[in-house]
Write a protein that binds this ligand. Structure first.
Ligand code: C2O
Ligand code: CU
Ligand code: CU
Length: 514
């Protein structure tokens, strides 16, 4: 049952007024946004009062390998109630539980099949974010699962080991479904197992729930009743909550027994970006990003994550100490009135508590992975994507319109630009891309690995290089979009198909013109 009435009308009203001011990018935009920032006090992220609940580590689901070698996984989406630290349990949605979902795990080279059952009161989808797979298995808006139905996609895992995730992608409803709690991790291991002994990444902590933890970071806002608030975004980018949860827990602590701990950080928030590090500014080793391990670890004290992005880091602890994972100063670039978008917010998210004696850890390997660099001079073509308001290249998403047709095997350069003075990011389905340049300069190390989502600072040009391999289907599109989910739902999304050389896109299946 839906407990809230549809809120779109209020939302759109508020947005419509703001959009005009913000798009202008002038003094009036600043005025409009500043006025709102004064009003929207509860959008400011705050540290939990106490860190007194153990971090929930999502159960690992490795499934069973059938006789034909297929790894069989299973998810059931349903409604439930969760403790988000409010005055009473919060109505939430989850996979196999009241919120979030199990961590799915498979090996590169395996065929996987996931049976997804929808026990929710409305149609949803499950998208495998970051996965290279046929468009019909992608779980975007063209693969709806009606209430009471199941969907059984299958594909061969064929990409670098990585920390991916899954979440709903129903057309126009993604923000709400994710915010209600639907999201989970999907870990891909090397063929020989976690990090593949002797393979790339060997030597990184990899014991799930012992020295290797998924940490999903989200913000929520609760009403006096302890229920999720959806209304009144109060800004141009979507809902900003004041309450941070890690793996669905507000004020979580994590007991750690190892000297070196790997955190697989995922920003599963609908709109908020974070700049994550530790309370004492200690350095950590950044070892991986969206699509897998970096070539070499990078010593950093902070990493920025916009919605949908992942970062894997290894942090070292001393016996008996306590340190907190913190977000501060999200560094959103040249945005107008940054505080409206949470750029000034500082909050502790999770407390790490080291045991009095810690299992010693091996030094990290010098080389983590090999990444074949794609060569822009050999690219087949360049496409440009201008993000402005809720449009990409002046258009909003239409389910029956294919915006770009890509030839199988092509290497392309995509030039992406945020024309607004507020945040956007850019996510492409099916592929992991490489960031070639930002305003002509090489990207920082954290953007130099495999990426499927990249934050777009206002008025900068991001040159991405992508190669489209393996899966041609002229009638089933993949998506590219802003991963700020309000924007995505409002149509800041386009569709591309991958076709065999010489072929054209065909009418989108299920949406043929009559
Ligand atoms: Cu994470 Cu098209 O989505
Ligand atoms: Cu995706
Ligand atoms: Cu956007």
């Amino acid at each position: 049952m839906r407990t809230e009435p549809r809120r779109l009308s209020r939302r759109s009203l508020l947005r419509a007024g703001l959009a005009v001011a913000a798009l202008a990018g002038t003094a009036s935009a600043c005025d409009g946004l500043a006025r709102l920032s004064a009003r929207a006090g509860s959008t400011r992220l705050r540290s939990p009062a106490r860190f007194d609940t153990p971090l929930a580590v999502p159960p690992l689901q490795e499934g069973l390998v059938a006789a034909d070698g297929t790894r069989e996984l299973r998810l059931t989406a349903r409604a439930g109630r969760s403790d988000l630290g409010g005055p009473r349990p919060t109505a939430t949605w989850g996979y196999d539980g009241p919120q979030l979902g199990p961590t799915l795990r498979a090996r590169v080279g395996e065929q996987v099949r996931v049976t997804v059952a929808n026990e929710l009161p409305e149609t949803t989808t499950v998208h495998w974010h970051g996965m290279h797979l046929p468009a019909a298995m992608d779980g975007g808006p063209h693969q709806p699962i009606a209430p009471g139905k199941t969907w059984t996609p299958t594909w061969r895992v064929d990409q670098a080991p990585a920390t991916l995730w899954y979440h709903p992608h129903p057309h126009g409803e993604t923000e709400e479904h994710v915010y209600r709690g639907l999201a989970g991790f999907f870990l891909l291991d090397a063929p020989e197992g976690p990090d593949g002994p002797g393979g790339p990444g060997a030597g990184l902590p990899h014991r799930y729930g012992i020295d290797d933890f998924p940490v999903l970071v989200q913000d929520k806002r609760l009403d006096e009743d302890g229920q999720l608030e959806f209304d009144d975004h109060g800004n141009e980018i979507g809902l900003l909550g004041d309450r941070v949860v890690t793996n669905g827990v507000h004020g979580a602590y994590l007991d750690v027994g190892a000297e070196a701990v790997r955190l697989r950080l995922l920003n599963g928030s609908t709109a908020r970006s974070y700049r994550l590090g530790f309370g004492d500014d200690r350095a950590f080793d950044l070892v991986g990003t969206d699509g897998g391990l970096l070539e070499r670890r990078v010593r950093q004290t902070r990493v920025r994550l916009s919605p949908g992005e992942r970062a894997e880091l290894v942090v070292r602890l001393s016996p008996g100490e306590t340190v907190r994972l913190r977000s501060d100063g999200a560094e959103l670039g040249d945005v107008v009135v940054p505080e409206v978008f949470g750029a000034d917010d500082t909050a502790d998210l999770l407390e790490l508590r080291a045991a009095p004696a810690l299992t010693p850890a091996a030094p990290l390997p010098a080389t983590l992975a090999r990444i074949e660099r794609l060569d822009p001079t050999a690219a087949d073509r360049v496409r440009r994507f201008e993000l402005e308001g809720r449009e990409i290249n002046g258009r909003r998403m239409a389910m029956d319109r294919v915006d770009e047709t890509v030839t199988l095997g092509a290497t392309e350069v995509w030039e992406v630009r945020n024309r607004n003075l507020f945040p956007h990011n850019f996510h492409v389905h099916d592929v992991q891309f490489q960031v070639l340049t930002i305003d002509g300069e090489p990207p920082p190390p954290e953007l130099a690995g495999r990426k499927d989502t990249v934050y777009l600072e206002p008025r900068r040009t991001y040159r991405l290089i992508l190669r489209f391999e393996d899966h041609a289907d002229p009638r089933t599109p993949y998506m590219f979009h802003c991963h700020l989910l309000l924007h995505e739902d409002d149509g800041m999304m386009g569709q591309f198909v991958v076709v065999e050389p010489g072929d054209d896109a065909e009418p989108v299946s299920g949406h043929a013109h009559h």
